[in-house]
Design a protein. Structure first.
Length: 380
């Protein structure tokens, strides 16, 4: 088998936890991973006997789907790289990687506790196959895993004992199956446009993709990055009275935060599309658009916080109060979670050379045109 190049066929052992159950740990020791790999190899050989001609590689750690489905599929890429380095001969051509002194052999194989509470956990596998066999074995696996891919009783019992959690199901899936499963889950919660961006980033990263969210916010993927239409720009295109527009704006910020959290979980960075002639800034958990420079004919800039029930501060407007009952908007900022508000305010204050005092509005402030604005007070 080692004479020619090997092609990787990625898969997972998917664990559906019983209601209220949580694994007592996220990774296995080296010896435990080797034990599990031997059981998995036995299961897979029963499904597809040709697997004896492949090398099975297993990561002894439990991940959420968001950790596995990232551009470049870094968990599988690392697993394949490590497996190719190991000489043939141990555990009948099965190789497994577990933790040593609590640490996995590579950072990308360390599960993130932030994503550990989901009802599904996935243990990554890979089959390294001679190129001449790869297409046939891949097709065979896709058929057999979908049709009868339940893990064997010995494997399921071992998993429940070792991770200390009861399972509803334990079954093998190809990576394509996992992608399809996640797609259906996102579509079910009205996030099909988000999945469109994620799928492009994972499967066709060289190709740009544009979509509209369920609420109508424009999104674009290109060159490994996702950009979103500014909520303030989106608001400017909407109809309705100011009460309706305020409600719609709160909804679009909620959706922006939802997309941002999931994109981050899937390893994608996000930014705002710059308005014509404008600039954008972003930090950990916040986005901002810079629309204009300070005008000395107006008052000094000030920071105003737009608020919505259940969402807290949804936007920060930097504006100068001026004559004739008008306010001149210099920037709009959007905190994507509460902890990002302080750093964003500090950055905007520094940008315009002002104190970081924040004027809470208690509502979403719209101007006479229904655009996101600030209180307009004539100069005295």
């Amino acid at each position: 088998m080692e004479a020619g190049p090997l092609q990787a066929l990625p898969a997972v052992l998917a664990l559906e936890l019983s209601p209220g159950e949580h694994p007592q740990r996220l990774s296995l020791s080296r010896d435990e991973a080797a034990e599990l790999a031997a059981l998995v190899a036995e299961d897979l050989r029963a499904l597809v006997p040709q697997i004896t001609q492949a090398r099975l590689a297993l990561t002894g750690a439990l991940f959420d789907a968001v950790e596995l489905l990232r551009p470049g599929f870094p968990v599988w890429a690392t697993l394949d790289e490590l497996a190719r380095r190991v000489p043939r001969g141990q555990l009948e051509n099965v190789v497994a990687f577990g933790n040593h002194d609590g640490h996995m052999p590579a950072q990308s194989l360390e599960p993130d506790p932030a994503y550990a509470d989901g009802p599904m956990r996935f243990l990554p596998l890979s089959l390294l196959v001679p190129e001449a066999l790869a297409e046939e074995l891949s097709e065979r696996l896709e058929v057999e895993l979908v049709g009868r891919g339940e893990a064997g009783t010995r494997t399921a019992d071992w998993l429940m004992r070792c991770f200390g959690a009861r399972l509803e199901h334990a079954r093998y899936l190809s990576r394509n199956d996992l992608i399809a499963l996640t797609c259906v889950q996102y579509e079910h919660v009205n996030l099909a446009p988000l999945w469109q961006l994620l799928e492009a980033a994972m499967l066709t990263p060289y190709r740009a993709e544009t979509t509209l969210s369920a609420r109508g916010l424009a999104w674009h993927y290109a060159d490994g990055k996702v950009s979103a239409q500014s909520p303030a720009q989106w608001l400017a295109t909407q109809g309705g009275d100011n009460t309706e527009r305020s409600h719609a704006f709160a909804g679009i910020v909620f959706e922006l935060r939802q997309y941002a959290a999931l994109l981050h979980a899937h390893g994608l960075s996000m930014q705002l599309d710059a308005a014509q002639g404008g600039d954008v800034e972003h930090g950990e958990g916040w986005l901002a658009e810079i629309l204009a420079s300070t005008d000395s004919a107006y008052d000094a800039p000030a920071l105003f916080a737009h608020e919505a029930t259940g969402l807290g501060v949804v936007a920060i407007t930097v504006a100068q109060r001026g004559p004739a009952g008008r306010a001149r908007v210099l920037a709009q900022g959007y905190p994507l979670h509460a902890a990002a508000l302080g750093p964003m305010v500090t950055t905007l204050a520094d940008r315009f050379g002002i104190a970081s005092d924040l004027h809470a509005l208690g509502r979403i402030q719209l101007d006479e045109n229904g655009h996101l604005g600030a209180p307009a007070t004539a100069l005295h």
